[in-house]
Design a protein around this ligand. Structure first.
Ligand code: SF4
Ligand code: FES
Length: 250
C-alpha cells in the first residue's frame, strides 16, 4: 500500500504545531498501525530527520498508551480496538490518513502525538482504590458471596485501560466515562463500600479540578471506547455522587 500521512508535529508544549505531510510506500496491509509508524520513523531517521513521537507500550490492547486520533476518530476506524490493534487493511491503497494527538485542555501535548495524561493518575489518586487490609487474617475470596450480575458489571468496568479516548472523542472533553468506570468497578463490590462516598466525591472533584468538561449525554465516548465501557457507569456514578453529597461531610 502507498499512503500519504498527514501528521501533527509539535516540538513541545509551547510550540504552535502544524500538520505535516509524509508519503510512505510499500506498507503491508497486514502490518499494524504502529508498525506502519515505525516504518515511517525508520525512514525519517535514515534521512536525518526527527522521528514522530507517539506513545506505545504493550502493543496488545492492555496498557492504554497508544492514543492516536486517526481520520477524526479516537483509535481509528475499527471498533473495540486500540490503535496498536488496528491493522492497515482497514485503509485503502492511495489513501490520505490524518493522525493527531488527543485534544483536551487536561491532556496537554508533550511532543507531536504524545500527550500528558497524568491528570488521570491524579483522579485515581483521589480515590480509585480500596484500603482493605490484605495481610494477617486474609479472608477466602469465596467467603463473601457476590451476585453474578454485580460481579460481571464490576469486571466489565474494570476493563477500562485509561487510554483517554472517551475524553478525546467528547465535544466537552469530559472524563465521565473513565471516572465512572473506575468508581463502578469498586462500588459494585463489597470491598469497595468502605470508602464509597469519599471515593465518588473526591474523584469527581479532582476530575473537575483537572479541567475536564461535563457530560451532556452525547454518547461519543461509548462509541469510541476500545473496551466497550457502558454509559450505564456514568448514571451509576451520578447516583453515587448525589447520594454522597447529601449524606457525607467529607
Ligand atoms: S472508558 Fe474506555 S475510552 Fe475511556 S479511558 Fe477507559 S478504556 Fe479508554
Ligand atoms: S500500546 Fe498498549 S494498548 Fe496499545
Amino acid at each position: 500500500m502507498d499512503l500519504t500521512l498527514k501528521i501533527w508535529r509539535q516540538k513541545n508544549k509551547n510550540d504552535k504545531g502544524a500538520m505535516k505531510s509524509y508519503p510512505i510506500k510499500n506498507v503491508s496491509p497486514d502490518s499494524s498501525f504502529l508498525e506502519m509508524m515505525d516504518l515511517l520513523n525508520n525512514e525519517l531517521i535514515e534521512k536525518g530527520e526527527d522521528p514522530v513521537a507517539f506513545d506505545h507500550d504493550c502493543r496488545e490492547g492492555i496498557c492504554g498508551s497508544c492514543s492516536l486520533y486517526i481520520n477524526g476518530e479516537a483509535h481509528g476506524p475499527d471498533r473495540l480496538v486500540t490503535t496498536c490493534q488496528l491493522h492497515m487493511r482497514k485503509f485503502k491503497d492511495g489513501e490520505t490518513i490524518h493522525i493527531e494527538p488527543w485534544r483536551a485542555n487536561a491532556f496537554p501535548v508533550i511532543k507531536d502525538l504524545v500527550v500528558d495524561r497524568s491528570s488521570f493518575d491524579r483522579v485515581m489518586n483521589a480515590g480509585g482504590f480500596v484500603s482493605v487490609n490484605t495481610s494477617g487474617n486474609t479472608q477466602d475470596a469465596n467467603a463473601t458471596p457476590i451476585a453474578k450480575d454485580d460481579a460481571d458489571k464490576a469486571f466489565d468496568a474494570a476493563t477500562c485501560i485509561g487510554c483517554g479516548a472517551c475524553v478525546a472523542s467528547c465535544k466537552n472533553a469530559s472524563a465521565m466515562l473513565f471516572v465512572s468506570a473506575k468508581v463502578s468497578q469498586l462500588s459494585l463490590l463489597p470491598q469497595g463500600q468502605v470508602e464509597a462516598k469519599r471515593r465518588a466525591l473526591h474523584m469527581v472533584e479532582q476530575m473537575d479540578h483537572e479541567g475536564f468538561g461535563n457530560c451532556t449525554n452525547t454518547g461519543a465516548c461509548e462509541v469510541e471506547c476500545p473496551k466497550g465501557i457502558s454509559l450505564e457507569n456514568i448514571a451509576r456514578m451520578n447516583r453515587e455522587y448525589l447520594s454522597a453529597s447529601i449524606t457525607s461531610k467529607s
